[in-house]
Structures are given as structure tokens and as C-alpha cells.
Design a protein around this ligand. Sequence first.
Ligand SMILES: C[S@@+](CC[C@H](N)C(=O)[O-])C[C@H]1O[C@@H](n2cnc3c(N)ncnc32)[C@H](O)[C@@H]1O
Length: 280
Amino acid sequence: MAKTSDSGHEDWIRSAILGGSVFDIALVRLLAKKGVITQEEILAEMRTVQAHHPQEDMALAGYTEDDCRSDTELGWHAGGSRATRLLAELAGISAETSVLDVGSALGGSARQLAEVYGCSVTGLDADFLRVFESVKRTKARRLDNHATFMLGNAFKMPFGDEAFDVVWRQCAPITPFNEERLLAECVRVLKKNGVFVCQQGMRTEALSEEDTRNAPELQRRSLLDEYRFLLEKAGLTIEKVDTEAPTRYDMDFCETRGHAKRLKLYQERKLIAAIFVARK
Ligand SMILES: C[S@@+](CC[C@H](N)C(=O)[O-])C[C@H]1O[C@@H](n2cnc3c(N)ncnc32)[C@H](O)[C@@H]1O
């Protein structure tokens, strides 16, 4: 079980305390005491905090309006339910599969997997409100027997070694950015012969200052070739790399949202999106 004194947790706790709401702080306190927080504890803590801070309803309502738009029900990623189905098929998910969704956000993909394939999914996210919202939506859809959510840090996951058949990462930039450390942790919790599957926006080359003006996060994207190398270094064997479908999803997303400059970077192939399927 993760200890709060481990460095991965410290980074996360610091950012929650600096930027977090009263919920985050209450949860951080609980985490500091216990090292890990379950879905039941999140709900219990939520009730206690709401009783003492009724004004915090506002924060939750604001978040819901802004971030929990209806399209996020299908996942907070380019390609919506099509992308999730493609990843699931590539990963060979069936009713017997146990899946860990790293950076599960609002739990859209986890619910889709639970509903369509009947598999068991654990969503892990470091944002309390997102985890809370996931739990609420999943209970409302009566999928909570199959999909459960935990608040935790992807760099120090609260799971034992070799716990999951599939580790799933879909359009989830995990902070603080350290792909090598993140992959090592994903591989640790993956069973032998298990599958790591991810859909990520990437770069194919260094971007200029002009390319990343107003979008500095693009510079933090992994380079496609470097990511291949990191997967192999983490002990995974790459079985498939698809850059066609996910790049199309990202470009459609840019078009719909009117992100002309980013779309141009995709047209120039400076940006690309990839699905990697790799086996331990
Ligand atoms: C863009 S969202 C992921 C979208 C989601 N996979 C989906 O398809 O709907 C990225 C998520 O990663 C989470 N995240 C970032 N850093 C994290 C960390 N260190 N540990 C756990 N979750 C993290 C964020 O809180 C956020 O909810």
C-alpha cells in the first residue's frame, strides 16, 4: 500500500493543497492518515464536508457545468465511444478481464467498458471532484458492481504488483510529467502477459515557439519514437501501433472545436496521435 511519505504522493498532495478545494484538502488529510482512499470513504467524506460547508455545493455545481458536459459521458477524449471500442478490441477485453483505467477523469470509458464488455474496471484519478462525479454517475447507471473509482496518484498506485490484466490510459496526460516513472508503475501493477493500451496525442519533432504559442502543453507531449523506446525500456513488447484512427479522432476534435492552429500542426504531421498496444 502506498505511503504518503513516498515522493510521488508528496507532489500530488502539495498540488492539492495549493490548488484544491475544501474537498481536496479533506481528502488529502484522510489520505495522509490512511495512505489510500476507497470509493465508500469518498462518499462518506463528501457527506461530512457538505454538512460542514454547505457553500461548497456551489463549487461542485460550477465544476459540473463547466467540465461535466454531456459529451464527456462517452469519455473525455478524442474519438468518444468509437475510440474506446477500438482500444477495448485491441486489448482483447472480455467479461473476465480486470482493467485499470489510469487518469479515469469522469469515468466515461470505465462505464462503457463495464456496460459493453461486462468486465471489472477500476478507475484511478488524482482529482477528487472527478472521482466523486464518476462514482455518482456510475451508481446512477447501476454499473457500480463493475466499475469502481479511487482517488490516488498514478505514480504511486494503491495496488499490489501484478493486479490487473489490462492497464488502460486514454488521452490522459499525467502530471507531474515523467513518462518513464509512470510506465514503470503501470508495468508493476500489470499481470505477466497482461496488456498496456494507450491512446495519446504525441509530437513527431521538436515544436517551435510559434507552434506552441498559447499551447505550451504541446511541448510536453512525448515524441512518438521516444515513446516506443520508453515502452520497451519499461519491459513491454509492442504489439501494435496505430496512428491513423487516433490522429483522425484528434483532427475531428480540432475541427469541431475550432482549433485551427492545432489542426494545422496535425496536417503538417508535426502532431500525431497514437494507440499503442504492448504486452508485459
Ligand atoms: C484528460 S483526463 C483523462 C480522460 C479520460 N481518460 C477519459 O478518456 O475520459 C486526464 C486525467 O488525468 C488525471 N491525472 C493527472 N495527473 C494524475 C496523477 N498523477 N494521478 C492520477 N490521475 C492524474 C487528471 O486529474 C484528469 O482527470
